[in-house]
Write a protein that binds this ligand. Structure first.
Ligand code: ADP
Ligand code: MG
Length: 348
């Protein structure tokens, strides 16, 4: 298993237009790590730098403590899976998977064994002699994965590997990729713009925006305790509330004073801050109390197992998600409260 240490990696393709502001990141051996961010934020660039396909302007990369920044791609023992599969259409599945091993000069016995193992792992053992165009999109992506696995890489790099698949197949493949990564004890770095993919699969993830890692942590941590507005909004729905911090550390907004979550960010008294709360963290209170506030129901989206309610809380639009929702009427006035520990002060 291989750990990856990225120190001060920067990149511009055009002078004056930085794509990666210096990036520092450590990925543990055996970790399934996600780079999550919107299109154009620099995810593929960082992944390609790790693969040795793009040269960084500055900084260093170490695999297991060993500096590999200037090592050519084929010497890094990193294998990449691309969004568009990049398979050879005129070759069989077997020959596609064997491709890298043949290029390395592996003998036939080794090739037969590694290809068979890799095809077994992706559940395509019966398809070895098929030609690529006769396979479904999902099968083609499995071939691309098998080709990377057959190399026995120390590091598996995946760049939006499921983007071309339909939703049902994506779900299955998410579980498969996670199972394979864990079964082979791989260190894997997975790039996606899809928050569900990252939240459901990752051991840890980094949220990336404009060439900067905004936050790194476990999925629950980053979802529940986002550090800023971008992270809060990118990982899910969020309500943003402006207010100030009182002498006793409470958050004062125009409809009440509330306890803030105990995060590392401790804004000083009197400071204006924006706080975030997720729609599923606002509850309906049985009665009026010291920590409740009144809000008027303005709209609803019924989704079966839950309902997304829109409220007007003294001029502030709030979204509230309720599971197993009862009947409520537009115009009803409800008493709401924040789930304690879930109102997060944001650092910008
Ligand atoms: P992501 O994978 O997050 O969508 P990329 O790393 O592909 O982002 O791209 C980041 C930025 O760098 C984008 O603005 C993109 O247009 C630019 N870019 C990527 N590759 C090149 C290249 N080879 N030459 C010039 N600009 C590039
Ligand atoms: Mg990309």
């Amino acid at each position: 298993m291989t750990s990856v240490t990225i120190t001060g990696i920067s990149k511009s393709y055009q002078a004056g237009v930085p794509v990666l502001k210096p990036i520092d990141l450590t990925i543990q051996a055996g970790e399934l790590f996600f780079l999550l961010g919107p299109s154009g934020c620099g995810k593929s660039t960082l992944l390609r730098i790790l693969a040795g396909l793009v040269e960084p302007d500055g900084g260093s990369i170490r695999f297991n403590g060993r500096e590999i920044t200037r090592l050519p791609a084929e010497k890094r023992r990193a294998a990449m899976v691309f969004q568009n599969y990049a398979l050879w259409p005129h070759l069989t599945v077997f020959e596609n998977v064997a491709f890298g091993l043949r290029a390395e000069g592996a003998d036939n016995a080794k090739i037969r064994k590694e290809v068979a193992d890799a095809l077994e792992l992706v559940q395509l053992a019966d398809c070895a002699e098929r030609k690529i165009p006769s396979l479904s999109g999902g099968q083609q992506q499995r071939v691309a994965l098998a080709r990377a696995l057959a190399m026995r890489p120390d590091l598996l790099l995946l760049d939006e590997p499921l983007s071309n698949l339909d939703a049902r197949l994506r779900d299955t493949m998410r579980r498969e990729i996670r199972r394979i990564a864990k079964e082979r004890e791989l260190t894997a770095i997975y790039v996606t713009h899809d928050r569900q993919e990252a939240l459901s699969m990752a051991d840890r993830l980094a949220v990336m925006h404009q060439g900067i890692l905004q936050q790194v942590g476990a999925p629950e941590e980053v979802y529940n305790l986002p550090v800023n507005r971008f992270v809060a909004g990118f990982l899910g729905d969020a309500n943003f509330i402006d207010g100030t911090v009182t002498e006793n550390g409470l958050f004062r907004s125009h409809f009440g004073e509330f306890q803030l979550a105990p995060t590392a960010f401790r804004p000083e008294t009197g400071r204006k801050v924006t706080a975030a709360i997720r729609p599923e963290r606002i509850r309906f209170a049985a009665q009026k109390g010291a920590h409740t506030f009144s809000a008027k129901l303005t709209d609803r989206t019924f989704l079966g197992e839950c309902c997304e309610w829109k409220f007007d809380a003294d001029g502030l639009a709030l979204e509230v998600t309720e599971s197993a929702p009862p009947m409520r009427r537009i115009g009803d006035v409800c008493e709401l409260e924040f789930d304690p520990g879930h109102l997060i002060a944001l650092q910008g």
